[in-house]
Write a protein of this length. Structure first.
Length: 182
C-alpha cells in the first residue's frame, strides 16, 4: 500500500487537474505515481515540465534505455513497471531490448554504452571514472550529449526516489522477472 496520501479526484487542486487530464488521455487512466504527485501541484508540474523538456535532448529509445537501466540499478519496481509499459507500448521496444536495457546493455552498441554509463552514474553517485567517460565518448557521444544522458538519469532518479519512498502501488502491468509487461 502506498505510504503517501493521494488526493481523491474531487480533492485535486486546480493546478493539477489539467496535468492529470493530459496524463489520463495519454495512458487511458492516471497512474498512481501521478495521483500521488497531485497532492503537491508544484511538484507535479516540476516533474512533468522536466520530463517534457528532456523529451527533446535524446531520441526516445535512448531515453527509454536510460530510464530502464537507472530504474533497475535503483531497484524501483514502480518505475520498472511504468517504463517497461511505456517502452513497449509507446516506444516500440521489444522485450529483448527492454531486458537488455535493464541489464545495462542493448542490441545497439551506442545505446549499450548509454545504459552502462547511466547505471555507472547511479552506482557511483556521479563519481564516474575517466574510463567510464572514455567508453561513452568512444560510442560516439559528445560532451553535450553526455550532459543530456546525466540529466535524463537524474530525472529518472527523482521519480525512482519518490516511488521508492512512497512504495507506490503498481497499477500498470507488473514487470515479470524477464522484464516484460504482464
Amino acid at each position: 500500500m502506498s505510504r503517501l496520501n493521494a488526493p481523491s479526484p474531487d480533492e485535486v487542486l486546480d493546478g493539477a487537474k489539467g496535468i492529470l487530464g493530459n496524463i489520463g488521455a495519454q495512458f487511458g487512466f492516471v497512474p498512481n505515481m501521478f495521483g500521488a504527485l497531485a497532492s503537491n501541484p508544484t511538484v507535479l508540474d516540476v516533474v512533468m515540465t522536466l520530463q517534457d523538456s528532456l523529451s527533446r535532448v535524446l531520441d526516445a529509445k535512448t531515453r527509454h534505455t536510460i530510464a530502464l537501466a537507472v530504474s533497475q540499478a535503483n531497484g524501483c519496481d514502480y518505475c520498472l513497471a511504468i517504463h517497461t509499459y511505456v517502452s513497449s507500448k509507446l516506444g516500440g521496444m521489444s522485450s529483448d531490448e527492454i531486458d537488455l536495457a535493464r541489464a545495462g546493455s542493448s542490441i545497439d552498441p551506442k545505446r549499450a554504452a548509454v545504459a552502462r554509463f547511466a547505471q555507472q552514474v547511479v552506482n557511483s553517485r556521479g563519481q564516474v571514472s575517466d574510463t567510464d567517460l572514455a567508453a561513452v565518448r568512444g560510442a560516439g557521444y559528445t560532451d553535450p550529449q553526455i550532459l543530456a544522458i546525466i540529466t535524463v538519469a537524474v530525472q529518472v532518479l527523482l521519480t525512482n526516489f519518490i516511488n521508492n519512498v512512497n512504495q507506490t502501488d503498481v497499477d500498470i502491468p507488473a514487470v515479470s522477472s524477464a522484464g516484460t509487461p504482464g
